[in-house]
Design a protein around this ligand. Structure first.
Ligand code: PEP
Length: 263
């Protein structure tokens, strides 16, 4: 279903009127985690200033440590919905448990499945049946074949509104949090008709790498970027070191401007 063999034209997925696909480069930005209404609104305004047309923000956080901030849950979803109201930005948010899909889908414009759940087949089937566009991140140890098969689980439930997100894979190299597999973008675009975006924040794990990796992603033909921004990263409850700050926004906007989509 996701292969280009029977569907030669590359697809565009529309999220509450915002297209993600071959004719455009879509910027999704926002805080890694929803922490407070003020922080979420400030981050959303930063995202908008950089040219983002979709707001990201996690209310359910899949953390490596059970002692780390796990997200605000439904309270976080309500904050996102309020900020959507205030800014007009549709929201992309992660769901980590199949039992929460209906609840998260009642607030979200796009459901995100993260790297740790990329082969949680019950979750993939549940999001496939939820009637909302899905962003499927690449599992951190997934081959491209495994990633596309994960997408197939979503598609099988009747939902072809899937955006694939390359977010770095685990390699032997500890200098970055993950290794951005930039070649995955054109490789997957040749294999699948689905749009492919890149997360330069979670791949590098470092603020100073976000802009160079964004340039690389857009130059290689990514259909969009998903980027963490935070008004006060030093106080962030999740992934502060990779969040862009106010001073980075012009440069991020320039990345979007200077690299027209490769059609
Ligand atoms: C995220 O985008 O908030 C996230 C946790 O990303 P990943 O699943 O790629 O680690």
């Amino acid at each position: 279903l996701v292969s280009r063999e029977n569907h030669p034209q590359r697809s565009t997925v529309t999220v509450r009127g915002v297209p993600i696909g071959p004719d455009t480069v879509t910027l999704i930005a926002g805080p890694c985690a929803v922490e407070t209404p003020e922080q979420t609104l400030e981050a959303a305004l930063m995202a908008k200033a950089a040219g983002a047309t979709l707001l990201r923000g996690g209310a359910y956080k899949p953390r490596t440590s059970p002692y780390a901030f796990q997200g605000l849950g439904e309270k976080g979803l309500r904050i996102l919905a309020d900020v959507r109201e205030q800014t007009g930005l549709p929201i992309v948010t992660e769901v980590v448990d199949a039992h929460d899909v209906a609840l998260v889908a009642s607030y979200a414009d796009m459901l995100q499945v993260g790297t740790r759940n990329a082969q949680n087949f019950a979750l993939l089937q549940a999001v496939g049946a939820a009637g909302k566009p899905v962003m499927l991140k690449r599992g951190m140890t997934a081959t491209i074949e495994e990633w596309l098969m994960a997408a197939e689980y979503v598609a099988q439930r009747g939902n072809l509104d899937i955006v694939l997100c390359e977010r770095g894979i685990r390699t032997y190299e500890p200098a970055t949090r993950n290794t951005l597999d930039i070649s995955a973008v054109p490789v997957v675009q040749r294999l699948s008709h689905l749009p492919v975006i890149v997360d330069p924040s979670h791949s590098g794990g470092r603020r100073d790498l976000v802009l160079p990796l964004s340039r690389a992603a857009v130059a290689v033909g990514a259909d969009g970027l998903i980027v963490d921004v935070h008004p006060h990263p030093e106080q962030a409850l999740c992934d502060g070191p990779q969040a862009l700050v106010d001073g980075d926004l012009d440069a991020l906007a320039a990345v979007m401007r200077d690299f027209p989509p490769l059609v």
